[in-house]
Design a protein around this ligand. Structure first.
Ligand code: PLP
Length: 359
């Protein structure tokens, strides 16, 4: 039985995508082989890569002066890839610290350049984002890095920071494709695939052309944006099956109406869940209302002693992977593109019923 899987990543995939992958598993495009078994240099697979890039460009309205790269090592590799490509060992990069993922990005960047923390939301327990004007930006910084959506804390920027001529770098792992975005505001956007793009194993990097060619000489070639761009992200063997499933997911997003339709649906899903949480004294979400995430909704119960029972009964009702990140506890429901509104309705109905019996 298919469940509503609220995992933060790897996350739920659209059933239509899984069905098509199964249909084509043994014989992809009449090749007599699965897509996993064909050459990544062969014509059919090269056509797939072109389609994958074209789909992403179309959906996210990526302008022609941006390169789209498909890299490995997840978003975590880009924690190093960004400073290696954009900063020298002597230069300073500004980082906005809003929770677990930005802290990880900061820790890694410190190995490669000087890091200045332009804002730190620890005082609010990472339940807020800084005011736009409160960022302490370094004049002439190599770049400004931020995390538009903190997947663990469930905190999301309601605005894009203004950084003037300094390139803005965004870790969009848990928010890319969830709504329309203006790529031109960014120097680099990167996103691991296992939330809104497809299975794990791929990191999409969207980089403004003028930022290529600056990688320091020790940069591993597979992390060098210019080298990877020159070879169409195929300097080495790519995770071909992941690219294939990602292309199916992007086609699915397009068939749903693209990012505008995704945004409408995602807003409705998030609103329904926050309404259920705010409408009860039994459930609580700690995040400041203006920056609550559409994608990841953490919540706690009136008594943590009930957590185990909540999770077990939810799971038995087909609502799975609702436990909060091991670092924060409580619950977290991730509502990426593939989660239908029906899944959120099932969850809010369950929550009401659970409160009725245990509140
Ligand atoms: C999941 C996630 C990551 C880590 O991605 P990996 O692909 O596991 O390296 C980094 N940043 C954010 C915001 C994430 O949600």
């Amino acid at each position: 039985m298919r469940v509503f899987n609220f995992a933060a990543g790897p996350a739920m995939l659209p059933l239509e995508v899984l069905d098509q992958a199964r249909e084509e598993l043994e014989d992809w495009q009449g090749s007599g082989m699965s897509v996993m078994e064909v050459s990544h240099r062969g014509k059919p697979f090269v056509a797939l890569t072109q389609e994958l890039e074209a789909l992403l460009r179309e959906l996210a309205s990526v302008p022609s002066h941006y390169k789209v790269l498909f890299l490995q090592g997840g978003a975590t590799a880009q924690f190093a890839g960004v400073p290696l490509n954009l900063a020298t060992a002597e230069s300073t990069a500004d980082y906005v610290s809003t929770g677990s993922w930005s802290k990880k990005a900061i820790a890694e960047a410190k190995r490669y350049c000087n890091v200045h923390v332009a804002a730190d939301e620890s005082a609010s327990g990472y339940n807020s984002v800084p005011q736009p004007r409160s960022l302490e930006l370094t004049p002439g910084a190599a770049y400004v890095h931020y995390t538009p959506n903190e997947t663990i804390g469930g905190v999301e920027f309601p605005y894009v920071p203004e950084t003037g001529s300094v390139p803005l770098v965004a870790d969009m792992s848990s928010t890319i494709l969830s709504r329309p975005l203006d790529v031109t505001r960014f120097g680099v956007i990167y996103a691991g695939s296992q939330k809104n793009i497809g299975p794990a194993g791929l990191c999409v990097v969207i980089v403004r052309e003028d930022l290529l060619g600056r990688a320091r000489s020790v940069t591993p070639t597979v992390l060098d944006y210019q080298a990877m761009s020159r070879d169409g992200s195929m300097l080495n063997t790519p995770p071909t099956f992941v690219w294939y499933v990602a292309s199916l997911v992007l086609k699915w997003v397009r068939a749903q109406g693209g990012l505008a339709a995704m945004a409408e649906r995602n807003r409705a899903k998030a609103e329904a869940l926050y309404r259920a949480i705010d409408g009860s004294d039994f459930y609580r979400n700690p995040v400041e209302k203006s920056c609550r995430s559409w994608m990841n909704v953490p919540f706690t119960l009136a008594s943590p002693a009930l957590d185990k029972q909540f999770l077990a009964e939810a799971s038995a009702a087909g609502l799975t992977n609702l436990s909060g990140h091991r670092s924060v506890g409580g619950m977290r429901a991730s509502l990426y593109n593939a989660m239908p509104l029906a899944g959120v309705r099932a969850l809010t109905d369950f929550m009401k019923e659970f409160e009725r019996r245990n509140g």
